[in-house]
Design a protein around this ligand. Structure first.
Ligand SMILES: NC(=O)c1ccc[n+]([C@@H]2O[C@H](COP(=O)([O-])OP(=O)(O)OC[C@H]3O[C@@H](n4cnc5c(N)ncnc54)[C@H](O)[C@@H]3O)[C@@H](O)[C@H]2O)c1
Ligand SMILES: [Zn+2]
Length: 454
């Protein structure tokens, strides 16, 4: 069974009328992949429509052509989003090819809704309602069996593709639980080990204390500190064991537990030692957030606003569940598109170049969320988006910070994202359209930084 879509085709399966052909291309675009439809491949090969092939050759012959096309498409590289026809899973050959090459996502639809969508479509198997509903029941177990996950919409599909699911922290499974001390206390979580910092000493303690072997699955319940640390322990122990992230902070649920980056802080700096090691699952339980201190909620809200600006949607106005779902799906898509941070993922640094400089200049006494909120203001102003800057000001209300201006400027220039002496910044053409640039004159960057300092 494929855990997520990394290195695999994303195969969309499901009944006629589930919306595969509408969702497929949108999903492909979000994952930065090509889209291909097995039906379309067959039609192209034979220069005629599926309905026509059904009529002239009969269903059995059509299924053979379909299987050949499916196996062919699924054996190609690079991984794409592949839509399979509603009946394709009847073939063992196709099911084997899916198991070998794909993360198979079942797109769910209620039978009546499916019928309404396809009743007048002229599809060969959608001419009679009773027969259509009987076929639905007949095929349902095939989809169940072949699918690695299921979804109903684009966000659901992106979350599933990254192995993120919403559910209770209590039904996670796994062999050993490492939890944040406060989260464990507040939610009566039975943990093998409690942690509250991501240092090498903590990693060493866990390597030693946990009764784990190569086949164990570690569970991390906590904020980014815990998931980064436990993910790092999992990445390194016996050269990598499975782990499950159960984020308990807003930062964790919308950001830190998604995308596979794990690591520890060292005396030389934050997150300098780490790895890419995707959790086999991320389980998001928003009820864990009920005990989160206000300051931590605000840290998370800054990342929510950042994500909303990148997506071009006001995610911060949504209720908690939908807000987390939207942000998590957005980050999942960016990270699946760029799993090892070779390009696209840079956009996630919106506001962070300024934010990191302010944090460093304060000697890490100001909160990350406060620093990022200010950083977003600077990025929006440099983008010429004054109205959006006002929105951020109203939502996050970040007060300017009292830090040394020269120290902040020096920190900003040292930022690890600097290229050939010029600071690389993420700016927005407009909300929803980020771009990375090294073209902004240093004087303007410094002026924008200065406006954030009291
Ligand atoms: N890997 C990534 O992609 C990524 C992305 C963003 C941030 N991070 C990392 O995440 C870390 C910050 O994570 P964070 O903001 O989640 O902070 P955190 O994990 O340090 O938790 C913040 C505070 O909240 C407490 N807490 C956690 N869950 C709680 C709960 N449910 N109820 C009450 N209190 C709770 C913790 O004990 C702690 O005091 C940083 O180290 C950062 O580098 C990693
Ligand atoms: Zn951040």
């Amino acid at each position: 069974m494929a855990r997520n879509v990394l290195g695999k085709h994303l195969a969309l399966v499901g009944f006629m009328g589930a919306g595969k052909s509408t969702l497929g291309p949108r999903l492909a675009e979000r994952l930065g992949r090509a889209f291909s439809s097995v039906d379309a491949v067959v039609e192209e090969r034979f220069g005629t429509s599926i309905a026509e092939l059904f009529e002239t050759r009969g269903e059995t012959a059509f299924r053979e052509l379909e299987e050949t096309a499916a196996r062919d498409v699924l054996s190609r590289r690079p991984p794409a989003v592949v839509e399979l026809g509603g009946g394709a899973l009847g073939s063992t050959g196709t099911r084997d090819a899916l198991a070998e090459h794909a993360f198979t996502l079942r797109l769910d639809v209620e039978p009546d809704e499916a019928w309404q969508r396809v009743a007048d479509s002229g599809r060969p198997l959608a001419r009679d309602r009773e027969a259509f509903l009987a076929l639905y029941d007949e095929r349902a177990p095939l989809y169940d069996h072949a699918a690695d996950a299921s979804a109903r919409d684009l966000k659901g599909a992106l979350l599933a593709a990254a192995a993120i699911r919403f559910g209770s922290h209590a039904d996670t499974g796994g062999d050993a639980v490492v939890a944040d001390a406060r989260a464990a206390d507040a939610h009566r979580i039975a943990a093998s080990e409690l942690v509250d910092s991501k240092t090498l000493a903590e990693a060493e303690r866990l390597w030693d204390a946990l009764r784990i072997d190569r086949s164990s699955t570690l569970v991390a319940v906590g904020g980014g500190t815990t998931t980064d640390l436990v993910g790092f322990v999992a990445a390194t122990y016996m050269r990598g064991i499975d782990w499950i992230a159960v984020p308990s902070t807003l930062v964790g649920q919308v950001d830190a537990s998604i995308g596979g980056k794990v690591g520890i802080d060292t005396p030389q700096g934050k997150n300098l030692v780490g790895a890419f090691h995707w959790p086999v699952a991320t389980v998001i339980d928003t009820s864990l957030l009920e005990t989160l201190p206000e300051e931590e909620r605000r840290n998370g809200l800054a990342e929510v606003v950042k994500t909303g600006l990148l997506a071009g949607e006001s995610y911060w106005e949504l209720d908690t569940e939908e807000m987390v779902r939207s942000c998590a799906a957005f980050k999942a898509a960016v990270c699946l598109r760029d799993p090892y941070e070779a390009g696209d993922r840079a956009q996630l640094n919106l506001g962070h170049t300024f934010g990191h400089a302010l944090e460093a200049a304060s000697g890490y006494t100001i909160s990350h969320g406060h620093a990022v909120a200010l950083g977003l203001l600077a990025a929006l102003r440099l983008s010429g988006l004054e109205d959006d800057a006002r929105v951020v000001q109203n939502v996050l209300e970040p007060a300017p910070v009292a830090v040394d201006r020269d120290r902040a400027w020096a920190a900003l220039q040292r930022d690890k994202k600097a290229l050939a002496g010029r600071t690389r910044l993420v700016l927005l053409e407009r909300p929803g359209e980020p771009h990375v640039t090294s073209e902004v004159e240093p004087e303007r960057v410094r002026a924008a930084l200065d406006t954030l300092i009291a």
